[in-house]
Design a protein around this ligand. Structure first.
Ligand code: EPU
Length: 463
């Protein structure tokens, strides 16, 4: 296989592309089979500056959205995370050209692409592969994609996605793990979502953008990544209004054109660093953020006794007193984000008093609690409600990340804990946090990534 054709596999290492690192990339995608872990010596106060990357949940929709046009698109501020690698790999496997222009800029061209099937093995590795359904349907009026994978957060149906596709005129069929969509003719339509769903809203937008006539999505999700997808599509020539409100209007256009677009900063990565700063009693300037997107997190942190100073595109988080209890209920945007719930619950184990955390989006988002208990947390869970007795301290332990944000919570716990924490199953974390070890070390964290068969916990931290 010619080296040029391999490019594509898609990590930023591609700038120094060789056949060897192609296989390195493939290995990276198979991390589940490699025993890697993070080893953290806790108790260090974080201080300094940290840079936030582009948003995972925007990037994984923008990449398939490129399929909607026949010209190259350049995406900037692309995060270096495995969900992005997988999305780009799917594009490559389908026949698109993918090229890293620098560490965070990717040029993707779906020119002349004819393929409407997504390779099964890649698609089932992540939740966001469902965006290929909407994008392929929008381009070819047909799509064949496996049922998506993703974090185990309880029941994750896609009925609302299918409802939206049907409303636009598509027939949907699920057989042998594959979703098949086919439409004679995509027509704009009224789509009422029974539940507020980020994925279904974005998929409806992708499928409707080139359909004939007007589509109105009601009860739409309002997250910053919804607005980012609308802005991206509009920069390609789409006609979308109302993104960020609960009614989105899309007037179908015949064709879209290439564009250059910068992915919105990741508000969950930013929030994770904010909580890490607070949990270690630190003082950190978090850069490349949109403070408005962080408001639900900022306001809870202030309630807990953490100082947050907002600037144009950065926030400073610092602590000069004790942390105090609060209650949190997660909700769709602009409510408190479910993707920050495990991190914030971890912080509350360090606060004085009893806090109540209610999960309002996912059925099973307290699976990390058992791991936090190993570190001395006093948390009881009943269904969607967790009661946290703040003990003011955590101690290091060997733990496992059971999903992406659970992993982020364990990192925060490890940074704040006395002693050494060893976190396994970090491939979950690397799905959504790029260069995490480097970023945290820059602000003073003692964290290392080690391959467990060759390094014991103590060797790693003393090394
Ligand atoms: N739901 C349905 N039917 C559907 C779709 C969703 O009943 O067809 C329900 C879900 O079961 C859930 C609720 O609606 O109870 C919200 O689900 P949503 O569709 O909004 O979630 P998602 O699109 O699958 C995205 C993020 C998640 C994030 C949620 C909520 C991506 C790739 N994933 O998931 O991110 O938790 O929105 O904000 O954008 C993460 O980044 O760690 C993560 C899990």
């Amino acid at each position: 296989m010619a080296a040029q054709n391999l490019l594509l596999c898609l990590t930023k290492e591609q700038t120094d592309f060789t056949e060897e690192n192609f296989f390195g990339c493939l290995l990276k995608l198979r991390r589940e089979n490699v025993l890697e872990k993070y080893v953290i010596r806790g108790g260090r106060r974080l201080s300094g500056e940290i840079e936030v990357s582009g948003a995972k949940n925007a990037a994984v929709a923008l990449i398939p959205a490129v399929l909607l046009c026949d010209e190259p698109c350049v995406l900037e501020n692309v995060p270096d995370i495995s969900d992005v690698s997988i999305s780009l790999r799917i594009m490559y496997e389908m026949g698109a050209k993918v090229e890293y222009l620098d560490k965070t800029t990717v040029r993707i061209s779906a020119e002349g692409l004819k393929n409407f099937c997504v390779p099964y093995e890649s698609a089932r590795r992540m939740r966001a592969s469902y965006y290929f359904l909407g994008a392929l349907l929008g381009r070819f009026s047909k799509a064949r994609v496996s049922m998506p994978g993703g974090c185990p957060l309880g029941d994750r149906p896609i009925d609302q996605h299918l409802k939206a596709f049907s409303a636009l005129g598509a027939k949907c069929n699920i057989e042998y793990g594959m979703v098949d969509l086919y439409a004679e003719h995509l027509r704009g339509s009224q789509i009422y979502l029974d539940v507020v769903s980020v994925g279904a809203t974005m998929n409806a937008m992708l499928a409707a953008v080139r359909a004939d006539g007007l589509t109105v999505i009601e009860n739409a999700a309002k997250e910053p990544h919804i607005v980012d997808l609308a802005n991206f599509l509009n920069s390609m020539g789409a006609d979308i209004m109302g993104a960020g409100t609960d009614v989105i209007k899309i007037r179908g256009v015949k064709n879209l054109h290439g564009t250059t677009y910068s992915v919105v900063p990741d508000q969950i990565e930013a929030g994770t660093f904010m909580v890490a700063a607070a949990a270690t009693g630190g003082d950190v300037l978090i850069k490349n953020v949109i403070p408005k997107h962080l408001e639900p997190i900022t306001s809870k942190l202030r309630k807990i006794g953490v100082n947050v100073d907002e600037y144009d595109d950065s926030v400073r988080v610092w602590v000069d007193g004790p942390l105090v209890r609060t209650n949190i209920k997660t909700m769709p945007h602009p409510g408190f984000p479910t993707d920050m719930q495990p991190q914030m619950a971890t912080l509350l184990t360090l606060a004085e008093g009893t806090s109540i955390v209610t999960e309002g989006v996912w059925e099973q988002r307290f699976r990390y609690v058992d791991e936090l208990r190993r570190m001395g947390a006093d948390i009881s869970v009943d269904g969607k409600v967790a009661v946290i007795e703040g003990t003011g301290k955590l101690t290091g332990a060997p733990v496992k990340a059971c999903d992406l944000r659970a992993g982020a919570a364990l990192i925060i716990a490890g940074l704040a804990a006395k002693g050494i924490t060893e976190i396994e199953d970090i491939y979950h974390i690397e799905r959504g946090y790029g260069n995490l070890v480097e970023k945290l070390r820059k602000v003073g964290a003692d964290i290392q990534k080690v391959t467990s068969p060759v390094a014991t916990m103590r060797e790693a931290v003393s090394g």
